[in-house]
Design a binder for this molecule. Structure first.
Ligand code: 5GP
Length: 185
């Protein structure tokens, strides 16, 4: 999409809804309960990988009852249209010294696995008390490296998806659901 899209352009790009707001809410409620139980009142650092995870992180942190700090990293996987180029760069790092924290990474989607494999390797070198990855979406059919999230809320087929934080050319992040992107429209 090279120009500012009209409302009509937007609607044509939304092929079908894959996961509804209600399904997302229920899965996050359960994930929040599991995280709160696992850390048993110990403080955690919930890390969002920008930009895609900002909506997921904001809902997940409100479903967690354990004391919780928030941190952000920006890791960019470069795409040619909807195809990963395989290059990952950390463009913004955490402020916290994570050796004092149980770290929970909240990610929007694991696709090839490259972003999280790199981010996890980097953070492990900083000796956190513990580290786990919670992803909203997992596309296992697309994996190119050996990586598995500790918790995955939804497994989806090999479609390019938008909404609930996920974009195409920076649009569609504000959709309240996960939809399949219409590459043909
Ligand atoms: P990976 O490194 O696992 O290939 O890709 C991770 C990043 O690529 C995600 O955080 C997300 O920003 C982007 N990505 C992967 N698949 C999709 C998708 O289906 N839709 C969107 N909007 N972004 C995706």
């Amino acid at each position: 999409m090279n120009r500012i899209p009209s409302m009509e352009d937007f609607e044509k790009k939304i092929k079908r809804i894959l996961i509804t707001p209600e399904e997302i809410r229920e899965a996050i409620r359960k994930a929040g309960e599991d995280i709160s139980r696992l850390y048993d009142g110990n403080p955690i650092l919930l890390v969002g990988i920008l930009k895609g995870s900002f909506v997921f992180l904001s809902d997940l942190c409100r479903a967690v009852t354990a004391p919780c700090e928030i941190g952000f990293m920006c890791a960019k996987s470069y795409y040619n249209g909807t195809v990963s180029s395989g290059e990952v760069k950390i463009t913004m790092d955490l402020e916290q010294d994570i050796s004092r924290y149980h770290v929970v990474i909240a990610e929007d989607i694991v696709d090839t696995g490259r972003t999280l494999k790199d981010v996890v390797a980097l953070l492990k070198k900083r000796n956190p008390l513990s580290l786990q990855v919670v992803t909203l979406l997992d596309k296992p059919d697309r994996r190119l490296v050996d990586f598995k999230a500790d918790v995955s809320l939804f497994t989806i087929p090999d479609h390019f998806v938008i909404g609930y934080g996920l974009d195409c050319a920076e649009y569609f992040r504000n959709l309240p659901y996960i939809a399949e992107y219409n590459t043909e429209a």
